[in-house]
Design a protein around this ligand. Structure first.
Ligand code: TYM
Length: 342
């Protein structure tokens, strides 16, 4: 992948992350918990950002909708500031090695170990045994393959992915212990202040694509964003103080505000002393729109030129495929597969 080195000529450590194209728009949790960090880290790291379309078919989705959302997700990476000249942006299904490594890692994963993944338990409880599928069960193994294929040192994600990262590390260590040093054991990169943005309507739950009523979906109409913020659940009392136990709703609004506007939370508390929740919300609307408006415009510009977007994605896949192939060749050799003629 070019360019591979920093100004000093030393190769930059590699970084990998991805998002599922399961909605038309990212929400502010995806944006603050992941995308903002991706953009900050792309100078220091050789970054690879993937739209994980294979993960997205663990739930039923219309093929045309999946295609549209795959492009929309890639467009939002770019609109948020991922620079395709610097970082590789690609679609998971364009690099067949993801599925191939998943098989090898599946054979190293305990059945009980996969069953302990809390996201699997949550999702399969919601859908019931009938709606659940084996792909949902092996989902974290595909995620481990995504990361391990690229020898990624760091993986910037939100708090909800911590357990999947732990599994990835365990699988890498297990492979290395059994077959000799082969895979890089990655570190999660989870930024505490923004790793868990809560639902605006239910501040005790994580903001999630599956509960749009409490989410700030960035491509939504400004009127919708305004309404969601103005009707966000706050707490009893009137003072604007950061107290996650007693005032989780206000604390969540302050976190979002601080992350977008740059003022730290104590400064915001001081600035809003003696003022009410209504003032805080009204100002937060402006802060959110100042980010969402150019983000929406840039996303639309990419989506209006699908040929250019597809070219960026094809280039990204071309850049990362040799890295993935080299890792898989190493893995196949270690496992004891006969070398194939190429
Ligand atoms: P996904 O698509 O659900 O979410 C994308 C990213 O957004 C973060 N996130 C949040 N951060 C803070 N507050 C929230 N409320 C919030 N909701 C979501 C997620 O932690 C994630 O970083 N399994 C992954 C996708 C994936 C992946 C990978 C990630 C597949 N392969 C390899 C990293 C590396 C997922 O479903 O993310």
């Amino acid at each position: 992948m070019e360019p591979m080195s920093s100004d000093t000529g030393a190769p930059r450590p590699r970084l990998f992350s991805g998002m599922q194209p399961t909605q038309d728009s990212l929400h502010i949790g995806n944006y603050l918990g992941a995308l903002v960090n991706w953009v900050c880290m792309q100078e220091e790291f050789e970054a690879i950002y993937c739209v994980v379309d294979m993960h997205a078919i663990t739930v039923d989705v219309e093929p045309e909708l999946l295609r549209a959302r795959t492009r929309a997700t890639a467009a939002q990476y770019l609109a948020g500031g991922v620079d395709p000249a610097q970082s590789a942006v690609f679609v998971q299904s364009h690099v067949a090695e993801h599925a191939e490594l998943t098989w090898i890692l599946s054979c190293l994963t305990g059945y009980g170990e996969a069953g302990r993944m809390t996201q699997f338990k949550d999702k399969s409880t919601k859908t019931g045994a009938e709606g659940s599928n084996v792909g949902l069960f092996t989902y974290p193994i595909l995620m481990a393959a995504d990361i391990l294929l690229y020898d990624a040192a760091k993986v910037p994600v939100g708090e909800d992915q911590r357990q999947h990262l732990e599994l990835t590390r365990n699988l890498a260590q297990r492979f290395n212990a059994r077959y000799g040093p082969t895979l890089v054991v990655p570190e999660p990169h989870i930024v505490k202040d923004t790793a868990k943005i809560q639902d605006l309507a239910h501040p005790s739950a994580k903001m999630s694509k599956s509960a749009p009523a409490g989410a700030l979906t960035l491509l939504d109409d400004p009127k919708v964003l305004r309404k969601r913020i103005m009707s966000a659940v706050t707490d009893t009392g009137r003072e604007i103080t950061f107290d996650e136990e007693a005032k989780p709703g206000v604390a969540n609004l302050l976190r979002i505000y601080s992350a977008l506007d740059g003022r730290d939370i104590p400064t915001l508390e001081a600035d809003y002393q003696g003022r009410g929740y209504g003032d805080l919300k009204k100002d937060l609307v402006e802060v959110v729109l100042a980010v969402a408006t150019p983000y929406r415009e840039k996303t639309m510009a990419y989506l209006n030129d699908p040929a250019e977007l597809d070219r960026i994605l094809a280039d990204g896949a071309d850049r990362v495929r040799p890295i993935a192939r080299a890792t898989l060749d190493r893995v196949y050799e270690r496992v004891g597969f006969l070398a194939a003629r190429r």
